[in-house]
Write a protein that binds this ligand. Structure first.
Ligand code: SAH
Ligand code: SF4
Ligand code: F3S
Length: 452
C-alpha cells in the first residue's frame, strides 16, 4: 500500500469521502456510547479513520470520574486546536460525562470546539452535525434529564468477538465520592425483550461473548415491571452461538443468593464476580454511603466461594477518602488479605465538586494517598500472584481473542474467570474459538501456557 505523503492534496478517491474519528475515555458504558455515535455518523455517509489529520469530524467522548481523567482530556482538546487552524471546516465535538457536567464552560475554555453534547443526547447526534454543517455555528445539546429510554440508533461495534450490551442506564446510589449519578441521571432499565433481541442479533453476526452493562446491574428492573437481574440472566443464558456472558458492575449491597444461584445453574454466565468494596473500614463505608458492612460483604464472598470454588472475585478500592486515618487504611489492607481478591483496581480518592465528600473535613494530602496506594498495590500483587500460581499445570478453557500485543507469534485470550492467557501460536486456533490451554507459568497479570 502506498501512502499519499502530501496531506494537502487528497487523492481523487478520498476527495468525496468524509471521515470521522472518535477518542473515548472512561468506562465501558462510554465505549458503547462511542459505538452508537459511530453508527450514526456512518448512517450519514462518514467513514471511520484513525488518522486525526484526515478527519472531518472528531468526537472526544469524555469521562469525569476523577480529576486525572479530566486533565488528560483537556490536554487532548488543546492538541486539536492545531488541526482546526489547518482545516477550519473540521467539526470538533465533546460528548459524554464531562460535556454533561461542564456544558457551555467547555466553549469558553476551548473556543475551537463546535459541539458539546451530553450523555442523554447520544441519539440526537445526526441533527446536530447537520445543523453545524449548514450554519457553521456552535451547538450546545445537553438535556438535564434523560428520556425514559432513548430510541435505538445504529451501532458500529469495535470488536468482532466481544460486544457490550447496555441493560440499564444511570445510577440512584449517590455514593458520596461519586459524580456518576449527576452526569448519567436516574436508573432506567431496558426491556428484557429488547436486550434478548440485540444479543440474538449479535449471536447471528458471530459474536461469542457479551458483557451486560450498567452502573449497578443488580438494580436491573427495579424501575419497571420487567423482572429482576436474575430473571434477565436466565433469559440471556440460552441465546444461540453466544458462549460467554459477563456483566458489570454489580453493587455488593444488591448482590443476592438468587443471582449467585442463577449464575451457578447457568450455562454461559461466567464465574467472575466484580464486587467493588471501595474500603475495608466500616467507618469509611458508612461515610461513603455504600449501604453494606465488611461483615455482610465477607458473608457474600463466602456464599460465592462455597457454591463456586473456582469463581474469581475482583474489586475496586479507593484510598485516601476524607477522614481515612492510618488505622482505617490498615483495615483495608487487612481486608484484602482476608478476602484474597484475584485482582483489585485501586484509585486515589479524587475530590469531585458537587459531591458530598468533596466538602468533608480531613481531606488527605496527596503524598499520603500515593504512599497508601503503593502499599495496597504491592499487597494485592502478592495475592494475585499467589492465586494465579495455583493454576500452574492446570488446563483452562480460553476464548481466543487475537494476537498478543507483545509478540506476533503468540495468541491471547481469557479464561471464563477473565484472566488473560498467552500461548505460542500453533496455527490451528481461530479467533472466537474456545481452546484448552495448559498453564505453565503464572504471573501477576497474565498466565502463560501452551495449547493442549
Ligand atoms: N458503577 C460502578 C463504577 C463506578 S466508577 C460501581 O459502582 O462500581 C468506577 C470506580 O471508580 C468506582 O468503583 C470507584 O472505585 C472509582 N471512583 C469513583 N469515584 C471516584 C473518586 N471520586 N475518586 C476516586 N475513585 C473514584
Ligand atoms: Fe458511583 Fe456508587 Fe453509582 Fe457506582 S454505585 S456509579 S460508585 S454512585
Ligand atoms: Fe467516567 Fe462517565 Fe463512565 S464519568 S467512568 S465515563 S459513567
Amino acid at each position: 500500500m502506498t501512502e499519499n505523503l502530501d496531506t494537502n492534496k487528497k487523492s481523487n478517491q478520498s476527495e468525496n469521502k468524509k471521515f470521522f474519528t472518535t477518542i473515548t475515555y472512561g468506562c465501558q458504558m462510554n465505549e458503547n456510547d462511542s459505538e452508537r455515535l459511530s453508527g450514526q455518523l456512518k448512517s450519514i455517509g462518514y467513514e471511520y479513520s484513525d488518522k486525526l489529520d484526515e478527519a472531518d469530524i472528531i468526537l472526544i467522548n469524555t469521562c469525569c470520574v476523577r480529576e486525572s481523567a479530566e486533565k488528560k482530556i483537556y490536554g487532548k482538546i488543546g492538541e486539536l486546536k492545531r488541526l482546526k487552524s489547518v482545516n477550519p471546516n473540521l467539526i470538533i465535538g465533546i460528548t459524554g460525562c464531562m460535556a454533561q457536567k461542564d456544558r457551555d464552560e467547555l466553549f469558553k475554555k476551548a473556543p475551537h470546539i463546535d459541539l458539546v453534547m451530553g450523555t442523554h443526547n447520544v441519539h440526537t447526534l445526526v441533527d446536530h452535525i447537520k445543523e453545524i454543517e449548514e450554519s457553521k455555528g456552535k451547538v450546545l445539546a445537553v438535556w438535564d434529564q434523560a428520556e425514559r429510554l432513548a430510541p435505538n440508533v445504529p451501532t458500529v461495534r469495535k470488536g468482532q468477538i466481544s460486544a457490550w450490551v447496555p441493560i440499564m442506564y444511570g445510577c440512584n446510589n449517590f455514593c458520596t465520592y461519586c459524580i456518576v449519578p449527576y452526569v448519567r441521571g436516574r436508573e432506567r432499565s431496558r426491556p428484557i425483550k429488547d436486550i434478548v433481541e440485540e444479543i440474538n442479533q449479535l449471536g447471528e453476526e458471530g459474536f461469542k461473548e457479551i458483557t451486560l452493562l450498567g452502573q449497578n446491574v443488580n438494580s436491573y428492573g427495579k424501575d419497571s415491571e420487567e423482572g429482576d437481574f436474575a430473571d434477565l440472566l436466565k433469559a440471556v443464558d440460552s441465546v444461540n452461538n453466544i458462549e460467554r456472558i459477563r456483566y458489570m458492575t454489580s453493587h455488593p449491597r444488591d448482590m443476592n443468593e438468587k443471582v449467585i444461584n442463577t449464575i451457578r445453574n447457568s450455562k454461559n454466565i461466567c464465574e467472575q464476580f466484580h464486587l467493588p468494596i471501595q474500603s475495608g473500614s466500616n467507618t469509611i463505608l458508612s461515610r461513603m454511603n455504600r449501604g453494606y458492612t465488611t461483615e455482610y460483604y465477607l458473608d457474600l464472598v463466602q456464599k460465592i466461594r462455597s457454591l463456586m470454588p473456582e469463581a474469581s472475585i475482583t474489586t475496586d478500592i479507593i484510598v485516601g477518602f476524607p477522614g481515612e486515618t492510618e488505622e482505617l487504611f490498615e483495615e483495608t489492607l487487612a481486608f484484602i488479605k482476608k478476602v484474597k481478591y484475584d485482582a483489585a483496581y485501586t484509585f486515589l480518592y479524587s475530590q469531585r465538586s458537587g459531591t458530598p465528600a468533596a466538602t468533608m473535613e480531613e481531606q488527605i494530602p496527596l503524598a499520603v494517598k500515593k504512599a497508601r496506594l503503593q502499599k495496597l498495590m504491592e499487597a494485592q500483587n502478592e495475592i494475585s500472584l499467589h492465586l494465579n500460581k495455583q493454576l500452574e499445570h492446570r488446563i483452562v478453557e480460553v476464548l481466543v481473542e487475537g494476537v498478543s500485543k507483545s509478540d506476533d507469534n503468540k495468541l491471547m485470550g481469557r479464561t471464563r474467570t477473565n484472566k488473560i492467557v498467552i500461548w505460542e501460536k500453533v496455527g490451528i486456533e481461530k479467533i472466537g474459538q474456545l481452546v484448552q490451554v495448559e498453564i505453565k507459568t503464572a504471573q501477576t497479570w497474565v498466565l502463560k501456557g501452551s495449547l493442549v
